[in-house]
Design a protein around this ligand. Structure first.
Ligand SMILES: Nc1nc2c(c(=O)[nH]1)N(C=O)[C@@H](CNc1ccc(C(=O)N[C@@H](CCC(=O)O)C(=O)O)cc1)CN2
Ligand SMILES: Nc1ncnc2c1ncn2[C@@H]1O[C@H](COP(=O)(O)OP(=O)(O)OP(=O)(O)O)[C@@H](O)[C@H]1O
Length: 184
């Protein structure tokens, strides 16, 4: 039942996301808010997603992280639906994976313990920190292991009052949108 409901919300949000206006401007607002959080300012090693169309974009955050001398790691997915974060620098080579998402070719894996802040994409989020992704379970599997702060990024239009939950779903500690921050 919940799984069907998730499927339905996914379809709805994919369509809705395309219609969000002023996405670049809103990305700038999200970026500014993230940079002002204590979680960002205190982090030394950030795991951050390479954005795809429709998501809050992350180039400016990645750039800021380099400039602030943080260690930056991007996710790389594997056939068994696991995911690792690989440490990057400005010259690292990137390649598109099977979903068309840019990922590191080959660099050092950052361990679960090393990452103190994870910046996470989603199709939509709930105010209590629940997250809905594309349904691969990549982030749920990864986040089970991590000790870092889990920060989801969203446009305000992607926030719902609540989401159906499964036992394996991992809550965000914090969601940053163009208008608010939601702590859980
Ligand atoms: N930027 C970003 N990176 C991410 C995620 C994400 O949501 N955003 N993921 C979060 O988990 C993982 C990748 N998961 C994904 C799973 C499916 C599709 C996707 O486009 N699915 C198509 C069908 C494609 C196919 O079946 O081959 C679709 O839903 O229409 C994209 C990402 C890991 N990296
Ligand atoms: N820790 C886990 N171990 C094994 N299977 C898991 C785990 N977490 C999630 N799954 C499975 O992965 C599938 C997708 O999960 P879910 O619908 O929560 O994905 P999602 O959060 O939308 O996707 P993603 O994390 O890739 O963005 C489900 O069948 C779920 O049972």
């Amino acid at each position: 039942m919940d799984i069907q409901e998730k499927h339905f919300i996914r379809q709805q949000m994919k369509a809705k996301r395309k219609l969000i206006a002023d996405r670049d401007q809103k990305t700038n607002l999200v970026t500014g808010r993230v940079l002002r959080t204590k979680a960002w300012q205190q982090s030394k090693q950030v795991g951050i997603y390479a954005a795809i169309e429709g998501e809050v974009q992350t180039e400016a955050l990645i750039q800021a992280a380099y400039e602030q001398h943080k260690r930056v790691a991007l996710p790389k997915i594997a056939a068994d639906r696991s995911m690792q974060f690989l440490q990057m620098n400005k010259n690292s080579l990137m390649k598109r994976n099977r979903y068309g998402i840019e990922e590191p070719c080959d660099s050092q894996v950052l361990t679960f313990e090393a990452i103190d802040l994870l910046v996470i994409p989603g199709l939509c989020f709930a105010k209590n920190g629940d997250r809905l992704g594309y349904g691969g379970g990549y982030y749920d599997r990864y986040l089970k292991e991590t000790k870092g702060i889990k920060m989801g990024l969203a446009f305000n239009e992607m926030m719902l009052e609540e989401l159906p939950r499964e036992e394996t779903d991992i809550r965000m500690d914090l969601i940053v949108t163009d208008q608010h921050e939601y702590w859980s």
